[in-house]
Design a protein around this ligand. Sequence first.
Ligand code: NUP
Length: 257
Amino acid sequence: VSYKQKIEQIAKDKQSRIVLALDFPYQRRENRQDLLSKAQNIIDAVSPYICAVKINHHLTLPLGIFDGVQKIITQVHNAGLLAIMDGKVNDIGATNQTIAEYYFEAGFDALIANPFIGWTEGLKPLFETAIKSQPQRGIILLAYMSHKGAIEGYGQTIKDPQTGALTKQYLAFAQKALAFNADGVVVGATVPDKINEIYRLLNEKVPIYSPGVGAQGGTPEEALKAGSQYLIVGREIIQAQNPAEQAFKLAKLKLEK
Ligand code: NUP
């Protein structure tokens, strides 16, 4: 089974399409144990209401992947959830392969990458590493990021190298995600029109993951209505008075659609 199928099944079973972004603000290195405890407590509290946990450099840098982060991944898996590494992999293929091998060895089920690097000697070795891993791992590609400056790169008008036709960079990335059989694309919840354009292009063959809800100004309802299949939510849950209740509320939104 592919990562894409696994997360779909968990989302159905758990009735939640919420991916928790397990991000915490900077803490001094001597407080690393506290950071790990905080992360473990949040997972304990919200695991019934989410389908996956997304980890970013907020935790891999201070905790290390084979020490603290691996403990978190084990906890995530024991709770029946998947673990996504938001590495935004963005280098030459040989380096990407090594990056992926470490993350997959630590137990991550999927890895986020940046399609700006292109296929040959870029994404190809990464996809190959994911597919040949046991169990098979997933690759999720950025298509349009949630921050304002995303327009400068992902929002550019480009000329299709094959047809010569003008198109949008993010539509070209969505097209590539289809062609590469990616396990997902990331499109900001802050740009629901673009979610919808990409949704129509992907036709549910590649699911859309949307970060940017709450703290970044996106609304979960709009993102879901536009076609997001998974909401990536960090601060809106983690900094809530009651993280479990907040995660539950967000999970319920999709069911009411
Ligand atoms: O376009 C993107 N926007 C974004 O916020 C792509 C991402 N991977 N993210 C990440 O999602 C971001 O780095 C953070 O880890 C999470 C959103 O967190 P929050 O705004 O819900 O707290």
